[in-house]
Design a protein. Sequence first.
Length: 194
Amino acid sequence: MRKWILLASFLSASAFAATAYKWVDENGQVHYSDRPREGAQEVVLPSYQGYGRRAAPRPRAGAASPSPQNTANQPAVERPYDRMEIASPTEQETLWNIGGNLNVAVDMAPRLRVGHRLVVYLDGNRLELNPPSASFVVPEVFRGTHSLQVAVVDAFDQELVRTNPRRFMVQQTSALNPQRANPRPAIPGGSAGN
């Protein structure tokens, strides 16, 4: 109960405290207080003082990065990947006669960092491929409609970022009709027997 009374008095005092006092001591140090003191100058504070997180400003293009002496005492914050998407195959692409080997290209910036690796998901199943770069081959992808995703994981296998699902189709030329590898779409209103 006592803790609640102290908390309530602190909140009520801080909510109504709109005046502060400022003075400089004999060593030139500036001090502030909520109580008046001889030689102190009254400072009026805004009625509301809130606390909130502000997003760090984004650097402008061409702006210099912070100097090393300013960042030496700050903890290193891992910058997320700015861009990561599957460049190939394209969305809803139909691939013909790939022989079961799907060529994949991932467009990402920055490049894959040391200690990070790519993880591939085909039709929702995680594959143990461990591709060494952003261009690789997924084996045993046969006829049908498929979904592909690529994720980046750290050294502890914690996922950092994942692409949106990419849907594509794989078709195989029929052994019964090898001449029709890429059938032309029917033209509306055209003759069917050309």
